[in-house]
Design a protein. Structure first.
Ligand code: SAM
Length: 212
């Protein structure tokens, strides 16, 4: 972590103490959740863009879904998770922090859940699941993103490997990093979207539908 990053982390007060305790749980149990400055950035996008319906791909323990929902009672988050252990933990947390009305958990592989979430259109989609599959998630779900809607993709710099794949030693990780590189290039050249890549934490892409 560089000095600027630790300075900004100290500067940002942790706002919602209840949900924030889940970060400690995530760290202790090696559950990957959105990094703090990335979360602050996404929450700021939500305050600016004012989405009502958010689709999240990759719930884990429900942390980011509840963080997004905590911004306004108007916000509804549909979030998809396939791992049973995570599903159980997310359900427990959504109950515990009383977000049942605002957060709907859809169980199963996100590549197979389109029919269970297309009861509405979305103002924002957060892609935060299997990193090699971001393009598939994008292609499957953006047809139900409104014009002017926002797609946010996390981990687009993946541990610094995206900018320097030569340091990757294992074949599996190399394959995955190649997919992330392909996705980033595809995304920046996508004619239907304007994308901005941010060098924050593990890398964040913010894409706006229909902007040129
Ligand atoms: N968004 C969460 C947060 O910040 O609190 C963290 C999500 S975590 C990085 C990624 C999650 O996506 C994992 O829990 C994993 O089980 C789930 N996942 C990966 N591929 C998936 C898929 N194809 N369908 C549904 N969930 C998936």
């Amino acid at each position: 972590m560089d000095n600027n990053q630790s300075y900004l982390l100290n500067l940002h007060k942790q706002t919602d103490e209840n949900i924030e305790t889940l970060r400690t749980f995530a760290e202790e149990n090696s559950v990957p959740i959105v990094d703090r400055l990335t979360l602050e950035m996404i929450k700021q996008v939500i305050r600016l863009h004012k989405p009502i319906n958010i689709l999240e791909i990759g719930t884990a323990i429900g942390y980011s879904a509840m963080q997004f929902a905590s911004i306004s009672k108007e916000i509804h988050v549909t979030t998809i998770e396939r791992d049973e252990e995570m599903i159980n933990k997310a359900k427990e947390n959504i109950d515990l922090y009383a977000f049942n009305k605002q957060v709907k958990l859809v169980e199963g592989n996100a590549l197979e859940q389109f029919d269970n979430v297309n009861d509405r259109t979305f103002d924002m989609i957060f892609i935060d699941a299997a990193k090699a599959q971001s393009k598939k998630f994008f292609e499957l779900y953006t047809p139900i993103l409104k014009d002017g809607g926002v797609v946010i993709t996390d981990n687009v710099l993946y541990h610094g490997f995206v900018s320097d794949i030569s340091v990757v030693r294992t074949r599996n990780v190399r394959q995955m990093v190649k997919k992330v590189i392909e996705y980033n290039e595809w995304l920046i050249n996508h004619e239907g979207y304007t994308t901005n890549f941010l060098n924050i934490d593990d890398g964040l892409a913010i894409s706006i539908k229909g902007e040129s």
